[in-house]
Structures are given as C-alpha cells and as structure tokens.
Design a protein around this ligand. Structure first.
Ligand code: NAP
Ligand code: HSE
Length: 328
C-alpha cells in the first residue's frame, strides 16, 4: 500500500491533536484513501521538554532536517507567530511540500503571498484551522464563491473571549479566573494578550476578508477593542436587562467596493442571532447576494476541533477513493 509521509511543525495543543487524530483514525484513513499515513518528524523548540511519547518519530529542533527530507510529502504547521513560520513555509513551498497551517498570526499577513506561491509551485495550501477553530468557514465561503457575492461577514471569532464572557455571566467568575480556565483547556494562545485585546479576532477577520472580498482593508483603519475592558459588573448589569456581551468582528463591502471593518464587544438582545452562542463556540454570519444570511456555529478553539480542521484539509487534499454502492 502506498504511504504518505508527513511532518508536524509544533507539538503543543494543536500539533499533539493532529498526531492523536492521525493515529486514532489510521485504519479508517487507510481504508478511505488507500494511503498509509506515516508521521516521520516533529519540529519543536525544546527537544528536552517532557511530552507525549511518539515512538519511531524523529523529534528535532532543526527545520532543515525536515525541509531537506525529500521523502516528506505534507507539512502540518502549528508553531507560534509570524516568524520563523513564514520563512519555513516559504522554503517548504519552494521545495514542493504541501502545507496545512493553523497559524493565523502568520497567515493574516502573509496568506495571500503564500497562496500565490503555492499556486506557482503547484502545491496545496490548507488554512481552514486559522479561522474559527473547527467551524468550516473557509471551505464554506470558498464553495459559495464565485457563484455568489459576499456582502458582509460578522461573528464571534475568538473562543477564549466568548468563553470568558460566558463564565463571567453564568458563574460570576472574575475575568482572570475565567482566562486561567481557558488557558488550562488549551483555548488561549501561549501568550493570551492577543485573545483578550481583540487582535486574534482581527487577524481572523482579515483572513476572511481576503477570502470573501479578495482584499483586506488598511489594518490601521479597523478599530480593534478587546474584552479586557469588560468588567464583571458590566456583565451582571447587562444580564439584569436580558442583554449579553459578545465580542464581534465585522467586515462588509459597500457599493463602491470599499471595505469597512470593526472588532469589539457589543451588547446584544435576545433577538440577535449571536445571543445563544456560549462558551468556546464561535459563530459566523455570512451575508451574500443570493443566499441571504448563512450562520455557522461550533467550537472555535481547542485541541481536537482545531486539529480536526487540519486533518480535514489534509484528507481533502489527498482525496477519497470513490465509493461504489452496490445494490444486492
Ligand atoms: P502551543 O501549545 O504553544 O504549542 C506550540 C508548539 O510550537 C510547541 O510545541 C513549541 O515547541 C513549538 N514552537 C513554537 N515556536 C517554535 C519555533 N520557533 N520553532 C520550532 N517550534 C516552535 O500552541 P498551540 O495552541 O498548539 O497553537 C499552535 C498554532 O496554532 C498557533 O499558531 C496558534 O495560534 C494556532 N491555533 C491554535 C488554536 C488552539 O485552540 N490552541 C486554534 C487555532 C489555531 P515546544 O513544545 O518545544 O515549546
Ligand atoms: N486562542 C484562539 C481562540 C484559538 O481562543 O479563539 C483559536 O484560534
């Protein structure tokens, strides 16, 4: 049976999730695709760190051990920050590796360049996991285009923020305690500043803007406010009035083709489509010319939702064997 060799860049929450899913579903993937999946290398920062045992897999802190291995077909990238991730992926694409990334910090800024590069080099580049965790928003918007035209995309794009706001309202837990819980559960970034300042939601909004509208607004023109200014008293007052705080990222295109974006906490009432979206869930409302409004809701962060989005990209790339239904 032919095999596909893969490398993982990063073995934290997301990287470990990819490893677990590929192992847990090994046999099903083999039957569905006709390929045996072989994880050959894992890149980390600190090879001495204690981590889940991965027998037979080379753990390295040297990217060149991976990029110089021409047996490897696919690279899953789940490291942190713009660099060195962008340089690694640029070199990987140039060398002909197929890529799947979860790194929204890097992709919001360099996604367009990487996608163009991937097209030139004729390699796949999947980025479903960069935006809204396990919610298949990239696939959905991609499949709506070009038969329809997207007018507006808005929603909750940061699971940590929504989790914190929900905990403050439901359990009366203070901000810092709720944030700590989000960190323990693997929802928050290693440095959660970008989660609570709104920057993480902003970057996801920019990824969606590039996909839906073919461009991004000038980043400086988009006001970005986080949930860090929302107090437990604010949340309790809103609750008394049957209102809820949601951290909403919003981008729309006007008749002249200008883009208008904003990111920040919004007070909403019971009739709002985001009212019931609690916990780590994200929700995205896509408004188009022909479809009207479409809403997707699901887990926006965490090991399995994120890793499952990446494995989903991977399986789509390698294709499924056509199933033949036989009538007895
Ligand atoms: P994490 O738990 O902090 O793990 C990061 C991993 O990357 C660690 O294994 C770390 O190595 C490795 N790493 C970091 N910088 C590196 C470098 N310069 N060179 C080599 N290895 C490096 O982070 P995570 O939560 O898995 O997130 C990974 C990526 O996915 C991030 O870009 C994040 O924004 C994105 N993401 C996360 C989620 C989520 O729910 N957690 C969801 C969607 C997207 P060591 O183990 O040696 O420290
Ligand atoms: N820290 C991010 C969040 C992870 O909470 O939404 C998913 O991108």
């Amino acid at each position: 049976m032919p095999s596909i060799k893969v490398a993982l860049l990063g073995f934290g929450t997301v990287g470990e999730g990819i490893y677990r899913i590929l192992n847990e579903r090994k046999e099903e993937i083999r039957q569905e695709t006709g390929y045996a999946i072989d994880i050959v290398s894992i890149l980390v920062r600190d090879t001495a760190k204690e981590r889940l045992a991965t027998p037979g897999i080379k753990i390295t802190d040297d990217i060149q051990e991976i990029l110089s291995n021409s047996d490897i077909d696919f690279i899953f990238e789940a490291i942190v920050g713009e660099e060195p991730a962008y340089s690694y992926l640029t070199e990987a694409i140039e060398k002909g590796f197929h890529i799947i990334t979860a790194n929204k910090t890097m992709f919001a800024k360099h996604g367009s360049a990487l996608l163009k590069h991937a097209k030139v080099r004729d390699v796949h580049l999947g980025y479903e996991a960069t935006t809204a965790g396990g919610v298949p928003i990239i696939r959905t918007v991609t499949s709506l285009l070009p038969a329809d035209r997207v007018r507006r995309v808005r929603g909750i794009l940061n699971g940590t923020s929504n989790f914190i706001l929900t905990k403050m309202r439901e359990a009366g837990i203070p901000f810092n305690a709720a944030l700590h819980e989000a960190q323990v559960l693997g929802y928050a970034e290693a440095d959660p500043t970008d989660d609570i300042s709104g920057k993480d939601a902003f970057r996801k909004l920019m990824i969606l803007s590039a996909l839906a509208f073919g461009s991004q607004p000038n980043w400086r023109d988009v006001p970005v406010v986080g949930i860090d200014a929302v107090t437990i008293e604010d949340v309790a007052d809103a609750f008394k009035n049957q209102l809820r705080y949601r951290h909403v990222a919003d981008i729309s295109i006007d008749e002249k083709g200008a883009l208008h974006g904003s990111v920040g906490p919004v007070l909403i009432g019971t009739d709002h489509p985001l009212y019931g979206v609690d916990g780590v869930d994200n929700a995205i409302i896509v408004e188009t010319d022909h479809l009207g409004a479409l809403t997707l809701v699901g887990p926006g962060a965490g090991m399995y939702p994120t890793a499952s989005a990446m494995v989903g990209d991977f399986l789509q790339m390698i294709g499924k064997r056509e199933r033949v239904l036989v009538n007895n």
